[in-house]
Design a protein around this ligand. Structure first.
Ligand code: CTP
Ligand code: MG
Length: 232
């Protein structure tokens, strides 16, 4: 069984949410959003390491959360986040041990990831190099110019909305991040860094519950999902 490490970027400021405390630390029923996320991964058998990237003022707080799950994985760690998500992940990547086969990157603010999707993604990443969870685009996507005039309407049937986890063979992901760093390339997800060095990445059809808590409305949806789960 491949040994999996999980990098959880949690260093964002949450400007679209507009709350005083950053999104990962907002309470959702019995735990913070970040703790729900950590819990989801800690219960997966092949998860051996978890590294969270955040700002220094939250280190102690996260330490207390990680302590609770440390016995379920081999190693846990915290690193300082960067100004961009990509920089936060780069810092965390330096902490992953060489025993690890696969590295998953998963947003702190997607607490509803299922074990089945993590496993499917791991299997595909072991086979081809990388795999990400995504859902078919539900809205028609428009490409526009700087005046917002539509230039093009790409065929929706081949468009997917990338989510996380995004899982890669460790050495491939390290190489992708080193190249991006050297070229000062800033991507909006991890797969884009791997794609640009020629790595192969598969899409695994995910679940719309795996939402990224971004706007206040997403918090309301998250509470509904937890209520529903409690009833099952
Ligand atoms: N993130 C990070 N380091 C950054 C920016 C973002 O670790 N410099 C993390 C966030 O904490 C979040 C994940 O990346 O868990 C996805 O980012 P996003 O949803 O955009 O969160 P924020 O950047 O915090 O929100 P916003 O863009 O609204 O400011
Ligand atoms: Mg952001």
């Amino acid at each position: 069984m491949s040994k999996l490490a999980v990098i959880i970027p949690a260093a964002g400021s949450g400007s679209r949410m507009g709350t005083r405390i950053p999104k990962p630390f907002i309470q959702l029923k019995d735990a913070s959003i970040l703790e729900h996320t950590i819990r989801a991964f800690a219960q997966v058998d092949n998860v051996k390491e978890i590294v969270v990237a955040t700002s220094e003022e939250w280190f102690e707080h996260i330490d207390r959360i990680l302590e609770k799950y440390a016995s379920q994985v081999n190693r846990v760690g915290i690193v300082e986040g960067g100004s961009e998500r990509q920089h936060s992940i780069y810092n965390a990547l330096q902490k992953i041990s060489s025993k690890i086969d696969l590295v998953a990157v998963h947003d702190a603010v997607r607490p509803f990831i299922s074990e089945q999707l993590i496993n499917e993604c791991c299997e595909a990443a072991s086979n081809v190099g990388g795999a990400i969870v995504a859902v078919p685009a539900k809205d028609t996507i428009k490409k526009v110019n700087s005046e917002n005039t539509i230039l093009e309407t790409p065929d929706r049937s081949n468009l997917w909305q990338a989510q996380t986890p995004q899982i890669f063979q460790r050495q491939l992901l390290i190489r992708a991040y080193e190249h991006a760093n050297r070229d000062k390339f800033l991507g909006t997800d991890d797969a884009s860094l791997v794609e640009r060095i020629g790595g192969s990445v598969k899409v695994i059809e995910g679940d719309r519950r795996n939402l990224k808590i971004t706007y206040p409305i997403d918090l309301k949806v998250a509470e509904l999902i937890l209520d529903e789960r409690g009833r099952i």
